[in-house]
Design a protein around this ligand. Structure first.
Ligand SMILES: [Zn+2]
Length: 443
């Protein structure tokens, strides 16, 4: 009997009525295989898969997985790809970033073209795209594997650097629905800023705490990072009217407001004994944008912050961030602020031998721009000195990896990444917010 049931080559032959049983068993095995085998083999039909199911194949259980090239996992579209263009954009607070951008640049004293301020913004955004981590964040720990750009800062809070990177794109009028693509001169990859922004927003939303705030890698709340994140989420919502960001932006504003000090302003952390001027300035910017977005803003928190800033400014050497925060959120400050900003413009005007000061230049440019008329000699002088210094300091060779970035000052927090994002924001001053924002005020 054994000779009737098996062949020397190992295959099986069943006589008579048992042939049907063999066929059924064979079909059962074939049907079971896709459920137990390599999932990648389930969705494609290749020569090797056909061979596996042929009658000449030896009956081995479990069957070995075929040698197939794994199918790349498609990128997770996430909720951001559910396009929300339904809510039309009509927020005049951000209008200069879009249709009025070119005119705003000309009025403010900026310049177009590769050697101009707009060319520097474009090159800077390309550098940011090139150095975004795969998960969508910008981190000072590594520049997406780049070894050619110095200036890492492992201690930089990724919430802060990611939010700053986002603000740089949003400030130039690019949002998560941008569809333009280009081929990067360094990496050779086709990239899209819309995808860059979507990935960064997805990372930010993923790392938002349930109460609306953000925790730093150490687990504590870094309020400066949280304030910048609140501003970025607020601008992501305000520039698109996309409901995808409404809840996250509103909850972040609520968390930030609840973290304000009873003495006024915001400290660098919830438990900080003293207030911090830069954190307070970023927080007031976030609240002002929140107001433009229609969120409920606690006026008492804004009033306390103003009082605290007034006291601090009397003893501070440099207080450009406080000036701009005042101008942005307090109409009664417009006249007084001119005196202060003109003094700063005289003493802190950028010049070639001076080291880069991204923080100071960012806030002073904003304060001067919004406190003075475009034809004021103080503004024109500051603007010419600033733009000349910044454009010349930017790495410009388009085929080098650092192209579009700025070297950070020594021991600068956030390193090259933060310096570059802040410098881009500074060069976007002409159109980020409408000039003379004093009204409507928050109090
Ligand atoms: Zn690089």
């Amino acid at each position: 009997m054994r000779g009737c049931w098996g062949r020397r080559d190992g295959s099986w032959v069943l006589p008579g009525t048992l042939l049907a049983v063999q066929t059924a068993a064979f079909l059962w095995v074939c049907l079971q295989y896709p459920l137990r085998g390599n999932p990648a083999a389930c969705s494609v039909s290749t020569a090797s898969e056909v061979r596996l199911n042929s009658r000449r194949a030896p009956m081995i259980w479990p069957p070995p997985p075929p040698e197939l090239t794994p199918i790349p996992t498609p990128p997770d579209p996430g909720p951001l790809d559910d396009e929300l263009e339904a809510g039309s954009w009509d927020n005049s607070f951000f209008q200069d970033r879009f249709g009025g951008r070119r005119n705003a640049v000309a009025r403010g004293g900026g310049t177009q073209g590769p050697g101009g301020t707009e060319g520097a913004v474009c090159a800077g955004l390309r550098w940011l795209t090139r150095h975004q981590a795969d998960d969508g964040s910008w981190t000072g720990r590594e520049f997406n594997g780049c070894l050619g750009c110095a200036g890492l800062d492992p201690d930089a809070d990724p919430v802060e650097t990611t939010a700053l990177g986002l603000l740089a794109f949003l400030g130039a009028g690019y949002t998560h629905v941008a569809r333009e693509t280009y081929v990067d001169a360094v990496s050779g990859k086709t990239v899209s800023w819309g995808e860059t922004i979507r990935n960064a927003l997805r990372w930010l939303l993923k790392h938002q705490d349930p109460d609306g705030g953000f925790s730093s890698p150490s687990g504590s709340r870094n309020l400066r990072a949280e304030a910048i994140a609140a501003l970025a989420l607020g601008e992501a919502y305000g520039t698109t009217n996309s409901l995808l960001f409404h809840s996250a932006a509103a909850r972040c504003i609520a968390a930030l407001t609840s973290a304000s000090r009873s003495e006024g302003g915001w400290g660098t952390s919830v438990h900080a004994a003293t207030g911090d001027m830069a954190t307070t300035a970023w927080a007031l910017c976030a609240l002002r944008v929140g107001r433009a977005n229609g969120f409920t803003i606690e006026k008492a928190a804004v009033g306390r912050a103003h009082q605290w800033l007034d006291l601090e400014m009397k003893s501070a050497d440099r207080s450009a961030e406080a000036l701009f925060a005042h101008i942005l959120t307090d109409s009664e400050w417009c006249t007084d602020s001119i005196v202060h900003t003109l003094r700063i413009a005289k003493t802190d005007a950028p010049s070639a031998p001076d080291p880069m000061e991204p923080e100071l230049w960012h806030w002073t440019t904003l304060a001067l721009f919004h406190a003075t008329a475009p034809d004021r000699p103080e503004w024109r002088d500051w603007n010419e000195r600033l733009t000349s210094r910044m454009v010349r300091a930017q790495v410009r060779n388009a085929e080098d990896c650092p192209a579009g970035s700025w070297a950070a000052p020594e021991d600068y927090p956030g390193g090259r990444l933060r310096a570059t994002a802040l410098n881009i924001l500074t060069l976007e001053t002409y159109y980020r917010y409408p000039r003379r924002l004093c009204a409507p005020a928050l109090r």
